[in-house]
Write a protein that binds this ligand. Structure first.
Ligand SMILES: Nc1ncnc2c1ncn2[C@@H]1O[C@H](COP(=O)(O)OP(=O)(O)OP(=O)(O)O)[C@@H](O)[C@H]1O
Ligand SMILES: [Mg+2]
Length: 314
């Protein structure tokens, strides 16, 4: 195993899955089973591209905001898809997560409003791509810039979601050092499990070295297509390996989720009755229930259909 937190990439070669996560359920998160925390900081992370990280950050965040919590979304991806999804853009030199990290703008200056009062955004733009190069020349502390930039937000927000790029570079490392929890969106497809092992071992290594409070606490099955037997098989495999880490809610494939970004809206404001809205509301219920904030409701509605239940013998 080789871990280089100093280089642009973290390389991992050994990832015994039994070491990576215990059979933790979602009803109570061990770190949150006493008083309700003032804030939960969660990164949406998967080095695979196009698995639903941004869609989950926006819509889970919006559904939690809908339930009366204050939510901050942080876009740490130079693609800026989360920023665009919410109908925002950043013109050259305007406040963004990049200028925040560089100390050019204050937190108050970079916070942007959305269509929901209790949902705010720190936007990104393509300039963020340059930050990775700038940071790579620093000798120490380069993984802590985002954590420092966000420090002090505890009093203002109940939930912070950080939308990561599809890589394990320095931007993602900054996200892992700025949060306490990782949610992993994935697509139930053939390669899902393989990437998951690598990702979880990365989280574990960061936890051992750079951020002892970090923990992977949730796996979200996105774009679930109940019509294919492969999706059902992969889901059963993932649940078999990772048990209680996997949210019961399956986010089904739903074209409304793909359309909502072109209207600059979370899906609950675009079509509040579609499957996508229903699924992300159910997921929000589970996420709140992890913190003991709300009774978990309706996950059983999304069991794998019987004809897809293809558990292998033994
Ligand atoms: N449940 C869904 N049903 C249909 N389309 C979806 C669903 N979830 C996401 N999509 C679409 O799939 C594409 C990829 O989703 P998304 O951008 O959330 O993935 P990502 O992991 O953030 O990608 P990247 O790695 O590039 O940042 C987007 O066009 C999005 O609108
Ligand atoms: Mg994305």
């Amino acid at each position: 195993m080789h871990v280089s937190t100093g280089g642009a990439l973290i390389q991992l070669w050994l990832y015994p899955s039994h070491l990576l996560c215990g059979p933790k359920g979602h009803t109570v998160c061990p770190r949150r089973d006493c008083e309700r925390d003032a804030m939960r900081k969660i990164a949406l992370l998967n080095q695979k591209g196009g698995v639903g990280k941004t869609t989950t950050a926006v819509n889970l965040g919006a559904c939690i905001a809908e339930r009366g919590r204050t939510v901050l979304l942080v876009d740490i991806d130079p693609q800026a898809n989360l920023t665009t999804h919410l109908g925002l853009d950043v013109k050259r030199g305007q406040p963004s997560v990049y200028t925040l990290i560089r100390g050019e703008h204050s937190r108050e200056e970079v916070l942007r409003d959305t269509a929901m009062d209790s949902l705010k955004v720190i936007p990104a733009d393509i300039d963020l791509a340059g930050l990775e190069v700038e940071l790579s020349t620093q000798s120490c502390g380069r993984e802590l810039h985002l954590a420092r930039a966000l420090r002090g937000l505890e009093e203002e927000f109940d939930y912070v979601f950080v939308d990561c790029p599809p890589s394990l570079g320095l931007l993602t490392l900054n996200a892992m050092c700025a949060v306490e929890e990782i949610f992993i969106p994935l697509q139930t497809e053939f390669f899902a499990l393989h990437g998951l092992g690598k990702l979880l071992s990365t989280v574990r290594l960061v936890q051992q070295g750079l951020n002892p409070t970090l923990e992977a606490t949730g796996i979200v099955a996105c774009m679930f297509d109940a019509r294919t037997s492969l999706a059902g098989e992969v889901l059963e495999d993932i649940r078999g390996h990772f048990g209680g880490m996997v949210f019961q809610t399956l986010v089904r494939k739903n074209v409304r989720l793909a359309e909502a970004p072109s209207f600059g809206l979370p899906v609950i404001l675009y079509d509040e009755e579609c499957n996508g809205a229903e699924d992300y509301r159910a997921l929000a219920g589970e996420v709140l229930a992890m913190a003991g904030e709300e009774r978990q409701d309706q996950p059983a509605a999304q069991e794998i259909p019987p004809h897809l239940s293809l558990a292998k013998a033994g």
